[in-house]
Design a protein around this ligand. Structure first.
Ligand code: BES
Ligand code: ZN
Length: 549
């Protein structure tokens, strides 16, 4: 039972979608139809999730009715199917403010010549552009015909066969993805490549050169990559996330194009979801840690295999420290892995807890049973639950049947905080962070350096290391946050510029939060936000609206 969906897949289960959509950049709407193929498991109406959709008509139905809209869940669409049918076709259009779509005007793109559209369906935004059973517990195959204006290419997380998209592996609704714009493509490896606006293509291809090595690394540990191709799409800077693991087509922020491949842990992360998440999926958003905790664990195993143990350990220590920092500000009920999200927006469960506490649990189990046995277990787990959606209880049952461990699992899952006996990541490089020998330092070392300054002399640090001019988004974001905190005036123009040009929520949130702590900062935050808001994604707008209200 998924509290974030009106659908009743136990009665009628959707199996397949045929989409036919027109991308109207002038009106900022998607318009067309979806044919919905279903299995009727018992008598009952077909209940679909929608959000802000206008339903024009439904073919093969006796009647249909759009219920009242809830601010988080949207409105249920109840369809009384005609007798003897296993499909209905819904004709609909989206709203220009659909939460799962971002329509960018030409000036908001790198090339400044053409508009751009992309979707972001996780967690429950697919319903704002397709009427469907919007729960991760239901998987569908689909085809799609997407009509775009001349010269603008549409791509989807799906195979492209003669101008029509086809996804043959069943996927949950939150992984259905579309983008359209002035996109160019470059091969990276035998089964991987990158899409980006033409002016970013060289930088992107250089940054992601290790993609095939990463795919091979996971395959060695956990079995074959089951999705055919693995491509990446670099989005305009307003993309609200770092990355999104859409199957066959990871979406990424351009802020990871650092030039030195130092931020590609994000590629490792999104790729890892091809096993943890896309292959074995959380059945509800309370089980989100099954997606993200496993993925962070896999991400670090990939880093270790491709870049060595030192790099992986640095990332683990950074993650561990950030987890403690974030958990300190969370209520106890949000410090558990199996979280209760009833009556809440599932995005509220997206803290570092499912990510870092989840990964730490797996690392602790690995430590208790040994890497060899744990890897064999994970490999078997991915095979056993392949293309299924599972609950935390199912995971526990499988684990108890296949692995003997003394890790107190219930405590990890339902108690707040980090249980005693947790693994403790250590980095030698970080232990030596105060040595004056900084030649050849990695981005991760610089981040740790900044985060461990007790009473930094900002002007002195800036003179020595030029942080305000850093071209690395992670280092810059960390530095600017410290600059606001310590009212370091020379960095303030950069704060305004950064907040106006980047829409990645992870960077926006701490900066606005820091600004809001003083009356002067508050004034500045409102001034910046007023201008920057139209360039942010609806999801980021919602977050910052709530912070600045
Ligand atoms: N699937 C998530 C992004 C997401 C989570 C979108 C919840 C909407 C709701 C993706 O895999 C992710 O975790 N992205 C991270 C980057 C990662 C390296 C930790 C991000 O965007 O910061
Ligand atoms: Zn993730």
């Amino acid at each position: 039972m998924d509290v974030h969906s009106y659908s009743r897949p136990g009665q009628v289960r959707v199996r397949h979608l045929d989409l036919d959509l027109n991308v109207d950049f002038d009106r900022k709407v998607l318009e067309g139809s979806v044919e919905i193929h279903f299995d009727a498991l018992s008598t009952g109406d077909l209940l679909l999730d929608t959000r802000g959709l206008t339903i024009h008509s439904v073919e093969h139905a006796d009647s249909f009715e759009l219920g009242p809209a809830d601010p988080v869940l949207g409105a249920p669409l109840r369809i009384v199917q005609a007798a003897d049918t296993d499909r209905v076709r819904v004709h609909y259009s989206t709203s220009p403010t659909a939460s799962g779509l971002q329509w960018l005007d030409a000036p908001q793109t790198a090339g400044k010549q053409h508009p751009f559209l992309y979707t972001q369906s996780q967690a429950i935004h697919a319903r704002s552009w397709i009427p469907l059973q919007d729960t991760p517990g239901v998987r569908v195959t689909f085809t799609a015909k997407i009509h775009t204006p001349e010269g603008l290419r549409a791509i989807m997380g799906a195979a492209n066969q003669d101008g029509q998209f086809r996804m043959e592996q069943p996927v949950p609704s939150y992984l259905i993805a579309l983008a359209a714009g002035d996109l160019a493509f470059r091969e990276l490896g035998p089964r991987s490549g990158v899409y980006a606006e033409p002016s970013l293509l060289d930088a992107a291809a250089h940054e992601f050169a290790d993609t095939e090595a990463m795919i091979a690394a996971v395959e060695q540990m956990y079995g074959p990559y089951r999705w055919g191709r693995y491509d990446l799409l670099v989005l305009p800077p307003s993309f609200p996330f770092g990355g999104m693991e859409n199957p066959r087509l990871t979406f990424t922020t351009p802020t990871i194009l650092a030039g030195d491949r130092s931020l590609v842990s994000l590629v490792a992360h999104e790729l890892a979801h091809s096993w943890s998440g896309n292959l074995v999926t959380n059945a509800t958003w309370s089980d989100f840690w099954l997606n993200e905790g496993f993925t962070v664990y896999l991400e670090r195993r990939i880093l270790e295999k491709v870049y060595g143990k030192a790099r992986a350990e640095m990332e683990a220590v950074l993650g561990r420290r950030e987890l403690d920092r974030e958990m300190a500000g969370l209520p106890e009920s949000d410090r558990v892995l199996h979280i209760d999200l009833a009556g809440r927006d599932p995005d509220e469960g997206c803290t570092l807890v499912p990510y870092e506490k989840g990964a730490l649990l797996l690392r602790t189990i690995e430590q208790s049973v040994g890497r060899e046995r744990f890897d064999a277990f994970l490999h078997a787990y991915f095979d056993h639950f392949a293309f299924q959606s599972i609950t935390t209880a199912q995971f526990l049952e499988y684990l108890r049947a296949h692995l003997e461990t003394d890790v107190p699992l219930d405590e990890w899952l339902v108690q707040p905080g980090i249980p005693a006996g947790a693994a403790e990541p250590r980095s030698d490089a970080f232990d030596r962070i105060d040595s004056p020998d900084r030649a050849g330092w990695s981005t991760q070392q610089w981040l740790h350096f900044l985060r461990t300054r007790k009473d930094p002399d900002m002007a002195e640090l800036d003179r020595a290391f030029h942080f305000t001019e850093s071209g690395n988004s992670e280092i810059l974001a960390q530095w600017l946050q410290m600059a606001v905190q310590r009212n370091y005036q020379p960095a303030m123009p950069k704060v305004a510029q950064f907040l106006s040009s980047v829409g990645r929520r992870k960077f926006l949130k701490p900066l606005y939060a820091e600004l809001m702590k003083t009356p002067e900062g508050r004034r500045r935050a409102l001034e910046i936000y007023q201008k920057a808001r139209p360039g942010y994604h609806p999801i980021a707008q919602g977050t910052i609206d709530a912070m600045l209200k």
